[in-house]
Design a protein around this ligand. Structure first.
Ligand SMILES: Nc1ncnc2c1ncn2[C@@H]1O[C@H](COP(=O)(O)OP(=O)(O)O)[C@@H](O)[C@H]1O
Ligand SMILES: [Mg+2]
Length: 234
């Protein structure tokens, strides 16, 4: 479904990413784990068309999207939940969700997407008229995920969804990712929290200094001594 080949680039003439290759099959949940500044966010930004300089190939369902402008990406079926959530604090929960549907043309499609988000996160339905800025961190993460789902994506990019959340809330986010995947959406999950990521994903890539240094099934990565030492703290 998504095939990234020989991806390099960055924010200036200096390369942050070095020949990254990643693929995602339909229905898969794949994770990229790596330390802070490894380049995880930059890969997601490249896919979404917001990394300033991109060299290489990004192909979605056979179509090259490498240099598509960012505003065309959601309509192609890629939803992006950015690191740090970036909800609009002075807008209601529901208006935040509508922001994710700007590329949808049909009203019926928007209301069915909204219904799907409220089914996944009943708490957002209860708080739909509240300002997003008044919600807890976990609820704001739900808003950010819900907003990305409003474009009816076939692929969801999730950037550190568990960062800064209490363990019980992390479990809720984890459950939500599993439910989204079970509904047929492929997921590319980027995490510093490798143990969470490897418990949700079926396959994973280990990124170091902008290079993929290891790729395997989540099970194999979980039991890999190097991964355990470097990323799982075991
Ligand atoms: N907006 C930016 N401008 C310049 N350099 C950046 C910017 N964002 C990130 N970087 C640099 O790119 C590298 C990779 O960062 P990033 O992709 O955010 O890594 P990760 O998500 O794995 O922590 C880091 O060295 C970081 O300093
Ligand atoms: Mg990051």
């Amino acid at each position: 479904m998504l095939k990234i080949e020989n991806l390099s680039g960055g924010y200036s003439e200096i390369d942050i990413l070095h020949g990254v290759a990643i693929s995602i099959e339909p229905g898969e949940t794949v994770t990229i784990i790596g330390a802070n500044t490894a380049g995880k966010t930059s890969i997601l930004r490249a896919i979404s068309g917001v990394l300033p300089r991109v060299v290489g190939m990004i192909v979605l369902d056979g179509q090259a999207i490498t240099h598509k402008p960012a505003h065309e990406i959601p309509a192609l079926g890629i939803g992006h939940v950015p690191e740090g959530r970036h909800v609009f604090p002075r807008m209601t929960v529901e208006d935040n969700l509508f922001m994710g549907a700007y590329s949808a043309r049909r009203k019926a499609k928007i209301s069915s997407a909204l219904e799907g988000v409220y089914k996944l996160f009943p708490r957002l339905l209860e708080r739909r008229k509240q300002m997003a800025g008044s919600l807890s961190g976990g609820e704001q993460q739900m808003v950010a995920i819900g907003r990305a789902l409003m474009c009816n994506p076939k692929l969801l990019l999730l950037d550190e969804p568990s960062l800064g959340l209490a363990p019980i809330v992390v479990d809720e986010v984890h459950e939500a990712i599993l439910a989204i995947n079970a509904s047929g959406v492929s997921v590319l999950l980027v995490e510093q929290n490798a143990s969470l990521a490897l418990s949700v994903a079926s396959r994973g890539y280990v990124l170091e200094d902008g290079r993929v240094v290891l790729q395997d099934t989540a099970e194999a990565l979980r039991t890999n001594p190097e991964v355990r030492r470097a990323y799982l703290g075991i």
